[in-house]
Each structure stands twice: as structure tokens, then as C-alpha cells.
Design a protein around this ligand. Structure first.
Ligand code: NDP
Ligand code: MG
Ligand code: MG
Length: 340
């Protein structure tokens, strides 16, 4: 089994003497900044004037312009949306980065695909929590944590690995387990997971099931409950006990159906297409498409998004969720993005 580092295994003195600038105060930023501060570290938040600035100050943090926060920091954690990182990096981070400082990320995308090219005189590492930022904060407050990956791309100080581990401990990752990775592995597996399984694979599976039932004349409301609503109950069982735990709880009829019909739907052909998706990630084809899409103000992204939001499963789902206030309530929290 890969080595997993836990809270008490990790020495964090190396970070005690350092000033940490957390750039951005969104999903990840607010969690990193507050958790690090409560772990006893010296934190400044780097932002532009605006909503986040006010929020960070209300939360009792020291806030400065990005350039000023970077200029005084020994560790600079970049927690801006991935699409905006290259521009902010070039204009405000790079010119102010201290020699020998550490530049850090929570996702390897920009460094791995050369959208951010760090200078050779700084450490470069990542600490990637494997969960949404709001959970990184909530679990920390509860005395628990979200598992995290760490990886070192460039080690100038000779301490980059220790600093990364101490950082992972500071945000609470050590309570759940911290695993070593590389920028390449973190980036490619993260993109693959969200595309093939967690987000892309799952939403396509749900829609295909819903369409199959409604096109066969069944009521859309019944199809919605069957193919979307119940999913959460199944996923919770998988989260707690794996496939075995899920199968223990469902009926034997459902389990037999799982065995004989599941592989007819997701089969060797599907796996071949998953390999194509992985190839596009590995070759940089996916990254290039996404970078270009942002340069044309997301023309295709927005068109697909509109079409998707008007799908029948979404219309019927909105109506049904209105009638289930308990469902709406738990979803009205701040936007949380799966794993990214
Ligand atoms: P968010 O979209 O939540 O970040 C928004 C923050 O960035 C806001 O504070 C916003 O401030 C600030 N911001 C945006 N543009 C600028 C700018 N030009 N100058 C200064 N501040 C700016 O990002 P995430 O937390 O989702 O993602 C951050 C990183 O973490 C990414 O690399 C992502 O891949 C990674 N990650 C994210 C996960 C998640 O749960 N979301 C999970 C694991 C990794 P303002 O209010 O002024 O707009
Ligand atoms: Mg059933
Ligand atoms: Mg991601």
C-alpha cells in the first residue's frame, strides 16, 4: 500500500517561521486561510477589492492586494479559478515572488500544461484536497479533515517536501490521510475522474436512463425518481462500504440485475472510450481545447450549458424538488465543485 501520512507523523516546524499568502478566497481559499491560521500559521490573504475582500476581513484575516501579499510571503498558495491563474500570475505574482520562496497550487493543471511557468529560483509544490473547499473547512471545524495529495515539482530550498507536508497538515489533511503524488499524476487523474466517472460519465448515464424510460412512455416524474433522486442513497452506501456495502443493502433482485445488466450498459466498448478520454488528457488535447474555449469567451461552453439546463430531466427535477423542501434546503449551501 502507498505510504499515507497522518497528523501526528508530520512535523510542521518548517512552516512556523514562514509567512503564507493564500491568493483567492473562494471555495478552497477561505478553507486554507482559516484552517492554516487556526493551526497556528502566519497567513495573509491576497485579493483584489471586492466581495471576497470583505468576507475575508469579516472572518478576521489580514487581507492585501495580490502583489503586496506575494511580496512579503515565503509560501504563495494560488487558489484562483484555474482559468484566471495564468494572467494573475504573470501580472501580479511573478514580478513580486521572493527568491527562494515556494509557489504552491491545489491542482496541477496550469503548471503541468505550461500555462504557468515558475522561475527556477523558487520551490514549486501542490497540496490538493480531494474534496470541495467547503468540506475542507467544515470537517476541520469538526476536528476531522479531507484527504489530500501533495507533490513537489521543483525543490530549490531542499525543504519543499517538508513544507508541502506541513501545509497539508495545516489545512487538516493529516486527519484523513495525505498521499504523495506528482503534478502529472494529480492533474491527469483529477481530469479523468471528473470527465469519465464523477461528472461526465455520471450525468450521461443518468440522462440516458431517464430518456430510455420516458421514450418508452413512462412518466417523467417516475423516471426522475428512479434515475436521479435515488442515486444519492446508492452513492452514500458506496461511500461507506464500497460496492460490497451497497450490494448488502439493496435487494437480491437488484443485486442480480446489477451483475447481469450493469456490464451490458458499461462494457468493454465504454472502457475503450474511457481510454480515448484519458489519451486526450495525457496528450494535452483536452487542455488545449479548454484553454482556447476560454479565449473565445466560452462560446461552446455556454451553448451546451443552456441546452443542458433545458433538458426535460432538469425541468421535471426542478418541479419535484420544489415539493421536497428538505432536499432543496441541503442544496442551498454555497456552490461546491466536485473535487475540483
Ligand atoms: P474559486 O472559483 O472559488 O475562486 C474564487 C476566488 O478567486 C474568489 O475569492 C475571487 O475573488 C478570486 N479571484 C478571481 N479572480 C481574481 C483576480 N483576478 N484577482 C484576485 N482574486 C481573484 O476557486 P476554487 O477554490 O474552486 O479553485 C481554486 C483552486 O483550487 C483551483 O486550482 C482548483 O482547481 C483547485 N481545487 C478546487 C477544489 C474545489 O473544491 N473547488 C477542489 C480541489 C482543488 P472575487 O470575489 O474578487 O471575485
Ligand atoms: Mg428499485
Ligand atoms: Mg478537477
Amino acid at each position: 500500500m502507498a505510504q499515507v501520512y497522518y497528523h501526528n507523523d508530520i512535523q510542521d516546524e518548517v512552516l512556523q517561521s514562514k509567512k503564507v499568502a493564500v491568493i483567492g478566497y473562494g471555495s478552497q481559499g477561505h478553507a486554507h486561510a482559516q484552517n492554516l491560521k487556526e493551526s497556528g500559521h502566519n497567513v495573509v490573504v491576497g485579493l483584489r477589492q471586492g466581495k471576497s475582500w470583505e468576507k475575508a476581513e469579516q472572518d478576521g484575516l489580514e487581507v492585501k492586494e495580490v502583489a503586496d501579499a506575494v511580496a512579503e510571503a515565503d509560501v504563495v498558495m494560488v487558489l484562483l479559478p484555474d482559468e484566471y491563474q495564468p494572467k494573475v500570475y504573470e501580472e501580479q505574482i511573478k514580478p513580486n515572488l521572493k527568491e527562494g520562496a515556494a509557489l504552491a497550487f491545489a491542482h496541477g493543471f496550469n503548471v503541468h500544461f505550461n500555462q504557468v511557468v515558475p522561475p527556477s529560483n523558487v520551490d514549486v509544490f501542490l497540496v490538493a484536497p480531494k474534496g470541495p473547499g467547503h468540506l475542507v473547512r467544515r470537517t476541520f471545524e469538526e476536528g476531522a479533515g479531507v484527504p489530500a495529495l501533495f507533490g513537489v515539482e521543483q525543490d530549490v530550498s531542499g525543504e519543499a517536501r517538508e513544507i508541502a507536508l506541513a501545509y497539508a497538515k495545516g489545512i487538516g489533511g493529516g486527519r484523513a490521510g495525505v498521499l504523495e503524488t506528482s503534478f502529472q499524476e494529480e492533474t491527469e487523474t483529477d481530469l479523468f475522474g471528473e470527465q469519465a466517472v464523477l461528472c461526465g460519465g455520471l450525468s450521461s448515464l443518468v440522462k440516458a436512463g431517464f430518456e430510455t424510460l420516458t421514450e418508452a412512455g413512462y412518466q417523467p416524474e417516475v423516471a426522475y425518481f428512479e434515475c436521479m433522486h435515488e442515486l444519492k442513497l446508492i452513492v452514500d452506501l458506496m461511500y461507506e462500504g464500497g460496492l460490497e456495502g451497497m450490494r448488502y443493502s439493496i435487494s437480491d433482485t437488484a443485486q442480480w440485475g446489477d451483475f447481469v445488466s450493469g456490464p451490458r450498459v458499461v462494457n468493454e466498448d465504454t472502457k475503450e472510450r474511457m481510454k480515448d478520454v484519458l489519451t486526450d488528457i495525457q496528450t494535452g488535447k483536452f487542455a488545449k481545447g479548454w484553454i482556447l474555449e476560454n479565449q473565445v469567451n466560452r462560446a461552446e461552453f455556454n451553448a451546451i450549458n443552456n441546452r443542458e439546463n433545458n433538458h426535460q430531466i432538469e425541468k421535471v427535477g426542478r418541479e419535484l424538488r420544489e415539493l421536497m423542501p428538505f432536499v432543496k434546503k441541503s442544496q442551498s449551501k454555497e456552490k461546491e465543485v466536485v473535487n475540483h
